[in-house]
Design a protein around this ligand. Structure first.
Ligand code: NAD
Length: 370
């Protein structure tokens, strides 16, 4: 059986879906591994390092030809997947909510597609959870980006010439990215506050030494650990609280997402206009419509003295860390599916039903049924 690792073609994507360590582990389990030449370049892994782990290095088609499994970071392009074996397993961040015709084309090639971002939030799957491994880095990078853009310092400094006040940082959405953003901003010496619509986050925020800001809304936690959309009344309550709080913030990092829905608007244009000149907003939800209507994907927007950063793929900009974590997530996902050097998939397992998007030419996930 053959595993192929593709070089990413998605604009700006520098991560890679395997490392020399994960390749060694697959070879030990009886697989041949082929890596597309240059696949690891953006993550600082040379072809020689992959070859040293036992992979064959090939150009495009040659690497993917007749593979039983394709590992990639982003949804692969149909023009490259034609040379995989019929029914080949593809594990990637497939963006199942986006570009449905493109996904159908891959399904029609007969590929067995697994969307890693649909991994169920269950204990057994924690080590396979790509959203967590990547969001953690994104939360860190968001604060670093904000600090680099901010024309003032984060920590308080008392000097003979006067006192530099600490920056006030407000984190909106306390999931994996938000928690790391809180921790990073605290390490840099900022005064940090945070909000979420899941009440369970209060304890987490406080344990990191930040202040919890919570509107009197119904707990929006769902059984899967994600948030649901607020009612219109609760949205208004939250907006009123945020409007008051945001006026005195220097940095706002927004991370709020609702699975399968556009990101909720949390920072309106009116709120931005109440912020002090020099303030910085980093909108981590920009790829899903944004938590601030002024943010633009991949751009830095100036609005009345406030900078709104719509940086894309923050984890990908830390590819040297993001790739090993992502590659290990994939290895942890595949390991239980491999028995005696071959794939033996339990199609009823909730990890499989949760992530399986296409099989036998059809889109099969429940998200496509309604
Ligand atoms: P996410 O990326 O889906 O959303 C980010 C945060 O935004 C969430 O905390 C969400 O509650 C919040 N949010 C949504 N709407 C909001 C609004 N209107 N205002 C303010 N905040 C809003 O979340 P995530 O990072 O994927 O994490 C969701 C939860 O799942 C967390 O509790 C996390 O610890 C948990 N989790 C569990 C596992 C596991 O058990 N395997 C793995 C990873 C994460």
């Amino acid at each position: 059986m053959k595993i192929a690792v593709s070089a990413e073609t998605f604009p700006g994507e520098s991560r890679v879906a395997a490392t020399p360590d994960t390749i060694k582990a697959f070879i030990k389990k009886g697989f041949d591994v082929a890596v597309e030449a240059g696949a690891g370049k953006g993550a600082f892994i040379s072809d020689d390092a992959f070859a040293g782990a036992g992979a064959k290095i090939g150009n495009g088609e040659a690497a993917l030809q007749d593979a039983d499994i394709l590992l990639s970071v982003r949804r692969p392009e149909a023009r490259t997947t034609g040379s995989l074996k019929k029914g080949a397993l593809v594990a990637a961040i497939l963006d199942p909510y986006g570009d449905r015709p493109g996904l159908e084309t891959l399904a029609k090639q007969g590929l067995t597609l697994f969307a890693m971002e649909l991994m169920p939030r269950i204990t057994r799957a924690q080590s396979m959870d790509v959203l967590s491994s990547q969001a953690n880095l994104a939360g860190y990078k968001a604060v670093i980006d904000a600090a680099a853009q901010f024309g003032r310092a984060f920590p308080m400094m008392m000097t003979a010439a006067g006192t530099v006040p600490p920056a006030k940082v407000f984190i909106m959405g306390v999931g994996v990215a938000g928690l790391q953003a809180i921790a990073t901003a605290r390490r840099l010496g900022a005064i940090v506050s945070a909000t979420d619509v899941r009440k369970a986050t209060e304890e987490q925020v406080k344990s990191l030494g930040a202040k919890f800001v919570f509107a009197d809304v119904a707990d929006a936690a769902t059984a899967g650990g994600y948030a649901r959309e607020l009612s219109a009344e609760d949205k208004a309550k939250q907006a009123a609280l945020v409007a008051e709080h945001i006026k005195i913030q220097d940095i706002v990092i927004t991370t709020a997402l609702i699975p399968g829905r556009p990101a909720p608007v949390l920072v309106t244009q009116e709120m931005v206009e109440t912020m002090k000149p020099g303030s910085v907003i980093v909108d981590l939800a920009v790829e899903r419509g944004g938590n601030c209507p002024l943010s633009k994907p991949g751009e830095i927007v100036m609005h009345k003295g406030v900078t709104i950063m719509g940086n894309l793929n923050l984890a990908g900009r830390l590819a040297g860390n993001a790739s090993p974590l992502y590659a290990r997530n994939l290895q942890n996902f595949l390991d239980p599916l491999i028995k005696d050097g071959a794939l033996k998939i339990d199609w009823a397992d909730e990890i499989i039903t949760g992530t399986l998007v296409a099989k036998d030419g059809e889109l099969v996930h429940k998200m496509f049924k309604s």
